[in-house]
Design a protein around this ligand. Structure first.
Ligand code: UD1
Ligand code: UDP
Length: 359
């Protein structure tokens, strides 16, 4: 069996890491095809180095662009590479342009494709991620659903039962594999001059939030009000898209501790020691839920409703006073719940399913 792992962005590298480690452990025939969607050191290379992942065999160096430009270049490059390598199965993960391009290019070559993190839905078609995940699910052959809820969503969309496997989410594997190591490396809090449980953490990068001036200003205002009201510093490792948009809109930020994006072990440390987390990230909603840290999501919907159901997360949208209200609510709520995303063995399960089918 030959496996091609197609990835291109920060969350894909992190969420594929347990699968890559399992391929290495078993000595499987596989290779990594990197589209180059993310390319800055802090969004890409740092994760390969820190998680000790082998280099990608191919990097298409597609870089940034409009959705069509970026996806189009990826489709051509992935097709060319897959045609020359002819793997038995291609794996894609999540909901990025890389995910869609990998699924579409491979399936049209008649190669079976597995979608890791299948069956998530926000039901908000204005998000590029929603289009990507729906299309990827509907052209893939093997759907690795993190939860039973995701499986039900796929079944309701008419996807045959025998294509769907509930495996858990590989983010649980990644957190479990790296949390201990991150705890031993206790220096990011010192470095920032903050103490455990005495700061809030924020990440905001989604296109629908940061490319919309009114919404981005409103979120920043909300975080500033929260910081003033609770007298707790907010640390915000800023994604390059958000950093660019702050400049484009000339938004002045007062008080918030803006820092460059951090490596995974540092981010796990920041998350697991935070009193509260504000985010519009999918992965961060999951990780906070796994780590037992309350989360306020700066969106009006989520494709991770399991986090809301267990009480780990709440939707605040982008209004400053709603953000304050929801922060207060989460700070006064419970912070113990059971993790709905699996037992940390999703990567092993996915590889086992592939071996049964292709070996
Ligand atoms: C992409 C995904 C999003 C995911 C995010 C993870 C799509 C449609 N979106 O969004 O779902 O949550 O990755 O982080 O695939 N940039 C850099 N360096 C980089 C990468 C990007 O400076 O390494 C800047 C560029 O200015 C670029 C902008 O960020 O134009 C946006 O990058 P892009 O890959 O288009 O989308 P993300 O916002 O990263
Ligand atoms: N992350 C990181 N450093 C940071 C911010 C986030 O390592 O400075 C990690 C985080 O732990 C999570 C992943 O990046 O695993 C989430 O990626 P992102 O928010 O970019 O994308 P999304 O999950 O929204 O698609």
């Amino acid at each position: 069996m030959k496996i091609s792992i197609v990835l291109g962005t920060r969350p894909e590298i992190i969420k594929f890491s347990p699968i890559i480690r399992e391929c290495e452990r078993l000595g499987l025939d596989y290779f990594i095809l990197h589209t180059g969607q993310h390319y800055s050191y802090s969004m890409d290379r740092v994760f390969f180095e820190q998680l000790e992942l082998p280099d990608a065999k191919y990097n298409l160096e597609v870089g940034s662009g409009t959705h069509a430009e970026q996806t189009g270049k990826m489709l051509m490059g992935i097709e060319r590479t897959i045609q020359s390598e002819m793997p038995d199965v291609v794996l894609v993960q999540g909901d990025t342009n890389t995910t869609l391009a990998g699924a579409l290019a491979a399936t049209k070559l008649g190669i079976e494709v597995g979608h890791v993190e299948a069956g998530l839905r926000s039901y908000d078609r204005s998000m590029p991620e929603e289009i990507n995940r729906v299309l990827a699910d509907h052209c893939c052959d093997l759907l690795f659903a993190p939860t039973e809820k995701c499986r039900q969503i796929l079944l309701h969309e008419g996807i045959p039962e025998d294509k769907i496997f509930v495996t858990g989410n590989t983010i649980v594997d990644a957190v479990y594999q790296n949390l201990e190591i991150s705890r031993k490396r206790g220096n990011v809090l010192n470095h920032l001059g903050i103490n455990s449980d005495e700061y809030f953490l924020a990440t905001v990068h989604r296109q629908e939030n940061v490319d919309d001036e009114k919404r981005f200003r409103s979120i920043i205002r909300g975080l500033e009000i929260v910081e003033d009201e609770f007298e707790v510093p907010i640390v915000y490792p800023i994604h390059p898209r958000a950093e660019k948009q702050l400049k484009v809109f000339n938004i002045e930020v007062n008080g918030l501790r803006l820092i460059p994006p951090v490596d995974y072990l540092s981010f796990l440390q920041l998350e697991s020691n935070a009193r509260l987390v504000f985010t519009d990230s999918g992965g961060v909603q999951e990780e906070t839920c796994i780590l037992g840290i309350p989360c306020v999501t700066l969106r009006y919907n989520t494709e991770r409703p399991e986090t809301l159901e267990v009480g780990a997360n709440t939707l605040a949208g982008t209004d400053p006073y709603e953000i304050l209200k929801k922060a207060d609510h989460m700070l006064n709520g419970k912070n113990s719940w059971s993790n709905p995303f699996g037992d940390g063995k999703a990567g092993k399960r996915i590889i086992q399913i592939l071996r049964e089918k292709f070996e």
